[in-house]
Design a protein around this ligand. Structure first.
Ligand SMILES: [Zn+2]
Length: 170
């Protein structure tokens, strides 16, 4: 958790949907505008938690792409992953549950919140690992109908990534 700085993807940095709601294999309409709007909302959530301008600029450069992450059958619950330092990928239909793509008002209660999933993957870009608290943005599962946004505690965890490093020497 805190003190490690895993930037590249590994099995432990993948976001999964919780539970076993009814699934569909129907592809969802997710165009660039929808992804851009949800990504900006996720970045705004990090800004709202107090993220500094340098890190916000880093998040603005992250490339977000969409593909069918469940096609192989290896992980039917996979929602998203960080695939490189500045690139994240999201499943095309929220592991069959469907994304809630709304960026204002309430999310759709029977879907998976796209903003929360992007905010989670952006947390990995910032160096965060998963936390064991189910309500945290960095929890490794996101349940249908739930929204998990960054908090001041997540910012403290980012600060701790650097605070625990050895003293710098010149
Ligand atoms: Zn993750």
């Amino acid at each position: 958790m805190v003190g490690t700085n895993k930037l590249l993807t590994s099995p432990t940095t993948r976001l999964e949907v919780a539970g076993s709601a009814r699934k569909t294999e129907v592809a969802q309409h997710l165009d660039d505008a929808i992804i851009a709007a949800a990504t900006q909302s996720a970045i705004n959530a990090w800004a709202g938690a107090g993220l500094n301008s340098a890190d916000l600029a880093k998040l603005q450069k992250v490339k977000v792409s969409v593909r069918d992450l469940n096609a192989s059958g290896a992980n039917p619950n996979l929602l998203g992953a960080q695939v490189s330092e500045a690139q994240i990928v999201l499943d095309d239909n929220a592991a069959g549950r469907g994304w809630s793509v709304r960026t204002s008002g309430e999310m759709k209660a029977n879907r998976v919140d796209l903003i929360s999933a992007i905010a989670h993957e952006l947390g990995h870009v910032l160096g965060l690992d998963h936390t064991p608290v189910a309500a945290d943005v960095m929890a490794e599962q996101l349940a249908v109908g739930e929204r998990h946004l960054p908090t001041a505690a997540d910012l403290a965890a980012i600060d701790a990534l650097f605070a625990t490093d050895d003293p710098a020497t010149l």
